[in-house]
Design a protein around this ligand. Structure first.
Ligand code: SAM
Ligand code: SF4
Length: 320
């Protein structure tokens, strides 16, 4: 599918649940109401959307949430999606808390890579950001994923209080082929109340220790990160500067919420309700609705101007 600005749309992020075992301050508000189960797509429905999307040219699927591992039987969904004709790559974004024990089944189901969210290596700070004392479990999951040979990326959202720990996060890429990516806070949901620290500021900190850090002059071809390399490091350092340096020209993605709403852009509330199409319509209608969402894709986001952000869902309901 080609959108109105000539971009090839090949990647769909799929949120499988609005539930999560953590409460990151910038993502999940306190006292939220969980959506009724009947509103959440079943595995069969998610697979149906993925199959329709694959027939229209989607090649990469990323499972997200909420916390995707909080959805019981997620490995079954992974296998269903990986077996769809045209799906070349299946990955997951997870907080990593329960990943270690679920990895063998996920890899057997065909998972190709995992992005683990980790903003700090300081145990107390981790607890203060996420609400839970789970840093050890996440670190074990990272070790296990590396040992099992699956591609690992670390996503670290940059907060004022984590700036002092930037080099700890960088060190994760030293000895293992882990790509570490720093992400600017986006003004979506709870995140709107936080300062968005620029990736340039993070780069300055890294340059104090590694002045020869060099651009790899590539993204990984599938996402918005700009990658850099430090001599002697096994992995790369990436920057996702969503707010201070728009990456929209190369945007290749659409997003499916756990209730079946297809979003053409993270920043705006617009999109198409697919759930109604497959609960009360035909597969032709599902395909037409996916094409409609792609045709609605705006040229770019407006994160630099908080007042223009029209998305009212919280990040845990979209999937990041
Ligand atoms: N629970 C999983 C996890 O944490 O990886 C998947 C869902 S979470 C919403 C996906 C990603 O969005 C995480 O890396 C999280 O840190 C990031 N995120 C959440 N709110 C954000 C915000 N306002 N700005 C930037 N990234 C955000
Ligand atoms: Fe849960 Fe991920 Fe949001 Fe943290 S960022 S509250 S782990 S969905």
């Amino acid at each position: 599918m080609i959108d109105p600005y000539g971009r090839k749309i090949e990647y769909m992020r799929v949120s499988v649940t609005d539930r999560c075992d953590l409460r990151c301050r910038y993502c999940m508000p306190k006292g939220i109401n969980r959506l009724p189960s009947a509103d959440i797509l079943t595995f069969e429905e998610i697979a149906e959307v993925c199959a329709a999307a694959a027939s229209l040219g989607i090649k990469y699927i990323r499972l997200t949430g909420g916390e995707p591992l909080a959805r019981l039987g997620i490995e079954k969904l992974a296998a269903m999606i990986k077996n769809i004709d045209g799906i070349e790559r299946l990955t997951m974004t997870t907080n990593g808390v329960t990943l270690e024990r679920k990895l063998p089944e996920l890899i057997a189901a065909g998972l190709d890579g995992v992005n683990i969210s980790l903003d700090t290596l300081d145990r107390d700070m981790y607890k203060s950001i996420t609400g839970f004392d789970c840093l050890e479990a996440v670190l074990k999951s990272i070790d296990a994923a590396c040992e099992m040979g699956i591609k690992v990326k670390i996503n670290a959202v940059v907060l004022k209080e984590t700036l002092g720990g930037v080099m700890d996060i960088v060190s994760l890429a030293r000895d293992r082929n882990i790509d570490v990516r720093f992400i600017e806070m986006m003004p979506i949901g709870e995140g709107a109340a936080f300062e968005s620290i620029s990736c340039d500021r993070v780069m300055e900190i890294i340059k104090d220790s590694y002045p020869n850090i060099k651009s790899t002059e590539t993204s990984d071809g599938r996402g918005p990160a700009r990658y850099y390399h430090i001599d002697g490091f096994a992995g790369n350092i990436g920057f996702i500067d969503a707010v201070h340096n728009s990456f929209c020209k190369s945007c290749n993605r659409i997003r499916l919420t756990s209730t079946g709403f297809l979003k053409p852009c993270l920043c705006y509330g617009d999109g198409v309700d697919l759930r109604d199409k497959f609960r009360n319509g035909s597969s032709a209608e599902v395909k037409a609705a996916i094409e409609k969402a792609v045709a609605m894709k705006p040229e770019g986001h407006c994160f630099a101007d908080k007042g223009s952000v029209s998305e009212r869902r919280d990040m845990f309901r979209i999937g990041g």
